[in-house]
Design a protein around this ligand. Structure first.
Ligand code: NAD
Ligand code: LMR
Length: 347
């Protein structure tokens, strides 16, 4: 019996994500929370002939508390998305062509995520929490610090959703192989974090090899396309936000994996941005491999009934990939520290 909750359910990601979760037979209850429009979204979805009972909640009358009561899994796509020229506060006509980085969203989204995490820590501290809101490299540490403050942090139950990077990598490799029908079966580990250079696709470990004559410059182009795939969508949407539909697909895929693993299905492995304390060895092997004592990293995670069962190390990397990992570390460290200190020194 799974109760899933979406926080930010009326948004560009929230609505299609809620639709996909409503269609998931493993979900028996679906609660939707947002600061606007959830009654309408819930009423609409509730007419779909699938088992999940849908309810929508708004902030008045303890809406967040009601939405979260009894939650098994909480997915958070609440917060502002990137737009060209977005400076984190308002639009600037003189910077319209620029796609600002995810870190610019911190000013607004950090507070939103902190408040929602406080609700979860209070009402549903055992729920599995899947964070989509950007910047993921900072918002996941924010959730962890809030949970620590409430004395309920279990690193095995907290996930930064990086699945969209994996979905993109699979699709782009299928395109290169000239057969999109391969995309669902292609798996490429994407590690590091979820922002620009911190997104590190390990194409040498792709389940489907790239063509033999694939040049170094093509590899570089493909790597950059995965790292900056989000920019492609932001530019194409031309002011209307960032990826929503592909993110809803990716979020629903990852949520389904977590639910299946929690229900006892064995052998489920997916990359996610996790607190390395979730692993038996505290992530020591991975830290040694990357040569840096980071508390968070995205890598292949074996999922089990308690959430994270094992955090895998990166395995054999090419020298190109080793360079990408090293290039990711400074930004990753800064973003993680920014999230942690946001809670340590509340703004
Ligand atoms: P959106 O603006 O369409 O929707 C966000 C929703 O959050 C809105 O409905 C808004 O009302 C709601 N919201 C705002 N404050 C809230 C609060 N305090 N409580 C509950 N709900 C609240 O944005 P979107 O396109 O759906 O993107 C949402 C977030 O997801 C952004 O931060 C975006 O950058 C991020 N994102 C992450 C990934 C990823 O791979 N992890 C991919 C795409 C987008
Ligand atoms: C993405 O990768 O598409 C998301 O993180 C949204 C963005 O800002 O690019």
């Amino acid at each position: 019996m799974t109760k899933a909750v979406v926080l930010g359910a009326a948004g560009g990601i929230g609505q299609p994500l809620a639709l996909l979760l409503k269609c998931n037979p493993l979900i028996k209850e679906l609660s939707l929370f947002d600061i606007v429009n959830t009654p309408g979204v819930a009423a609409d979805l509730s007419h779909i002939s699938t088992p999940a009972k849908v309810e929508g909640f708004l902030p008045p009358d303890d809406g967040l508390k009601k939405a979260l009561t009894g939650a098994d899994i909480v997915v958070i796509p609440a917060g502002v998305p990137r737009k060209p020229g977005w400076c984190g506060v308002r639009w600037h006509i003189d910077c319209l062509p620029i796609v600002k980085c995810r870190d610019d969203l911190f000013k607004i989204n950090a507070g939103i995520v902190r408040d929602l995490a406080t609700g979860i820590a209070t009402v549903a501290p055992k729920a599995f929490v899947l964070v989509i809101s950007n910047p993921v490299n900072s918002t996941v540490p924010i959730v962890a610090e809030v949970f620590k403050k409430h004395g309920v942090f279990d690193p095995k139950r907290l996930f930064g959703v990086t699945t969209l990077d994996v979905v993109r990598a699979s699709t782009f490799v299928a395109e290169i192989l000239g057969d999109l029908s391969l995309a669902p079966s292609i798996s490429v580990p994407v590690v590091g974090g979820h922002s620009g250079v911190t997104i590190v696709p390990l194409l040498s470990q792709s389940s489907h090899s790239l063509p033999k004559d694939f040049s170094e410059s093509s590899l570089d182009t493909l790597t950059k396309r995965v790292q900056f795939g989000g920019d492609e969508v932001v530019k194409a949407k031309d002011g209307a936000g960032s990826a929503t539909l592909s993110m809803a697909y990716a979020g629903a895929e990852f949520a389904t994996k977590v639910i299946k693993a929690v229900n006892g299905e064995a052998g489920i492995v997916a990359p996610s941005f996790v607190n390395l304390a979730a692993d038996k060895d505290g992530g020591d092997a991975l830290k040694k491999e990357i040569g840096k004592n980071l508390d968070y990293f995205s890598t292949l995670v074996e999922l089990g009934p308690e959430g994270v069962a094992k955090i895998r190390t990166l395995g054999k990397l090419t020298s190109f990939e080793e360079g990408l990992v090293q290039a990711a570390l400074p930004e990753l460290e800064t973003s993680i520290n920014k999230g942690v200190s946001f809670i340590e020194t509340p703004k």
